[in-house]
Design a protein around this ligand. Structure first.
Ligand SMILES: *[C@@H]1O[C@H](CO)[C@@H](O)[C@H](O)[C@H]1NC(C)=O
Ligand SMILES: *[C@@H]1O[C@H](CO)[C@@H](O)[C@H](O)[C@H]1NC(C)=O
Ligand SMILES: *[C@@H]1O[C@H](CO)[C@@H](O)[C@H](O)[C@H]1NC(C)=O
Ligand SMILES: *[C@@H]1O[C@H](CO)[C@@H](O)[C@H](O)[C@H]1NC(C)=O
Ligand SMILES: *[C@@H]1O[C@H](CO)[C@@H](O)[C@H](O)[C@H]1NC(C)=O
Ligand SMILES: *[C@@H]1O[C@H](CO)[C@@H](O)[C@H](O)[C@H]1NC(C)=O
Ligand SMILES: *[C@@H]1O[C@H](CO)[C@@H](O)[C@H](O)[C@H]1NC(C)=O
Length: 483
């Protein structure tokens, strides 16, 4: 309403630069309460019934001046912001323009005009109340992902047309269809809607935007990712740190680490990182973390920690059914525990002082003859390391089946056994005297077929393969440690 009118009026004033309006101000110009937006400009008109003689001037009574009357020319920057257009020739319509309005310009404005009687004080006319408001964007907090959010444009003067509210996001105009009643409605808000929002009234004279307000969208953690340092293929004994990270706003408030063993899940720790200082194969398992903020929580996918170790729990096993006789087939199998699995198996045979490599592969099969008989052991190797097994003695039977009769055989066997025991006892005794206690301990451990009771060191063969070995007795399948 008034804006267009004032333009016509002021155009006249400006173009002709002399005042041609003879009447009082048009009634539509007269506003005693003016609501304006910060940054905009306003005209104040004062209409007087009787032409008055004498000078006029405008006076303000503003809050920051304790509401004391001040010459309007005292306003800060009046020389650039203000203009007094004076009054019409008949002194019936006077106009004052203020631009670049600030909220502190809010207050009372009136005009003083001298009368025909120079002895009288100037008269006070046209009390106008100006209130300058600043548009502001209102965002209801918190904005949670997926909800509908209404951004309000606050402090719009009631005289203004709310359908002319214009929204901008990051300086780009938001389509008017998204605006209802001056408010911006964002349905199913997402992080894509984050940005800097301003509102303004899309009108030539008052298109002054609000201060930008940042929209932050809160959301529960995204699926966290787990990083493993140094890596998920871990040599035994090294240290490992698992770190849980997730995209989230506000930041994660709690982390929880879980370990899954089969279907059993156990809780570990509640820090962002979970460290294992000296990892062993007991730690080989599935791990995941949960990240939570007040809007929800998510579990990461699992990481598999694969602890690698060189071959261990090794022994060479003889696979033989029935009696071992010269010419029978013997299969030796190399048994070991290793991660990653054993890549190469190598078999060695010792006869006398010479050790020779005989074959490769997890099992070897050969025909028992005086040439193939000997002390066998295998070596298993994977990426991490290698280890030799204990020895297995593949010997020809002590007694031949063609011996003279059952009794003779029994007698010979008894005699052989007695000599055997004496020799063994003598040997064991003399070695015991020579060797250190610890060595003896190793020898007497029943470890070969009992991996549970092992002590890592007892499995590691000393470089002489004959230190410990299995003896194959043809009459029983029992094994015993001998020298
Ligand atoms: C106010 O300013 C005007 C213009 O500068 C001047 O003519 C007038 O005398 C001033 N009045 C007062 C009360 O200072
Ligand atoms: C959000 O607005 C859409 C469209 O107006 C409506 O279908 C939906 O129900 C609203 N959702 C909520 C949570 O208010
Ligand atoms: C928006 O435009 C103004 C002025 O053109 C500039 O100062 C401001 O940096 C811009 N903001 C963004 C977010 O682009
Ligand atoms: C617009 O806002 C006014 C006052 O805030 C309210 O009375 C009216 O119902 C609103 N209209 C719509 C369509 O929301
Ligand atoms: C994460 O896993 C744990 C253990 O399995 C479970 O208790 C928890 O509810 C899970 N959290 C989420 C957000 O699914
Ligand atoms: C010995 O090895 C053969 C061939 O690999 C197999 O068929 C047999 O079952 C094995 N016997 C034993 C007692 O392991
Ligand atoms: C395993 O035995 C072979 C043959 O006796 C030998 O050369 C090698 O050094 C041994 N390796 C280990 C790790 O003891």
């Amino acid at each position: 309403m008034g804006e267009t009118g004032s333009y016509v009026f002021l155009a006249l004033l400006l173009i002709l630069n002399t005042i041609k309006v003879s009447d009082a101000c048009p009634s539509s110009y007269i506003r005693y309460k003016i609501c304006a937006l910060s940054g905009s400009e306003e005209y104040m008109y004062c209409s007087i019934d009787r032409p008055e003689i004498g000078k006029h001037f405008w006076v303000t009574q503003l809050e920051y001046n304790d509401n004391r009357p001040r010459n309007v020319t005292d306003l800060p920057d009046y020389n650039v912001r203000g203009r007094d257009y004076g009054c019409s020739p008949f002194n019936k319509c006077c106009a004052l323009k203020l631009s670049g309005l600030k909220t502190r310009d809010s207050g009372e404005y009136h005009m003083m005009i001298g009368t025909s009687d120079p002895n009288k004080k100037p008269q006070r006319k046209c009390k106008i109340t100006l209130s300058v408001k600043e548009l502001s964007v209102g965002i209801p907090e918190p904005v949670i992902e997926g909800n509908n959010v209404t951004l309000s444009c606050n402090n719009i003067c009631s005289s203004m047309d709310k359908s002319k509210v214009m929204w901008k996001k990051n300086n780009q105009t938001v389509p008017a269809e998204l605006t209802t009643n001056g408010s911006l409605v964002i349905t199913k808000v997402s992080t894509n809607d984050e940005g800097s929002y301003t509102c303004s009234i899309d009108d030539a004279t008052i298109n002054v935007p609000s201060k930008p307000v940042q929209l932050h969208v809160m959301f529960p953690p995204r699926i966290p990712s787990v990083s493993v340092r140094p890596s998920a293929d871990i040599p035994e004994g090294s240290s490992v740190t698992l770190t849980c990270s997730s995209d989230v706003n506000p930041p994660v408030e709690s982390y929880t680490w879980y370990r899954r063993t089969g279907s059993a899940v156990s809780k570990l720790d509640s820090k962002q990182s979970y460290s294992i200082s000296s990892i062993s194969d007991e730690h080989t398992d599935y791990y995941y973390c949960e990240a939570k903020n007040r809007y929800g929580g998510r579990n990461s996918t699992e990481v598999h920690l694969d602890v690698q170790y060189s071959p261990r729990n090794m022994f060479a096993s003889i696979n033989q059914s029935g009696e071992v006789v010269e010419g029978s087939s013997v299969t030796l199998t190399c048994i070991s525990d290793a991660n990653p699995p054993v890549e190469t198996y190598t078999w060695y045979k010792r006869t006398g002082a010479a050790t020779v490599q005989v074959d490769t592969g997890v099992s070897i099969t050969f025909t028992l003859t005086s040439i193939t008989a000997g002390l066998y052991h295998c070596k298993a190797q994977n990426r991490v390391g290698c280890l030799n097994s204990t020895g297995v003695d593949v010997a020809l039977p002590v007694l031949q089946t063609n011996s003279p009769g059952w009794l003779n055989a029994a007698l010979l066997a008894s005699l052989g056994a007695v000599i055997f025991v004496i020799v063994v006892a003598g040997l064991v005794y003399s070695r015991r005297k020579k060797r250190h206690k610890s060595t003896n301990k190793n020898i007497h451990k029943q470890y070969q077929n009992d991996p549970q009771s092992e002590n890592q060191d007892t499995f590691r063969m000393s470089s002489e393969p004959d230190a410990v070995y299995q003896s194959l007795n043809p009459n029983t399948t029992q094994t015993e440690a001998v020298y």
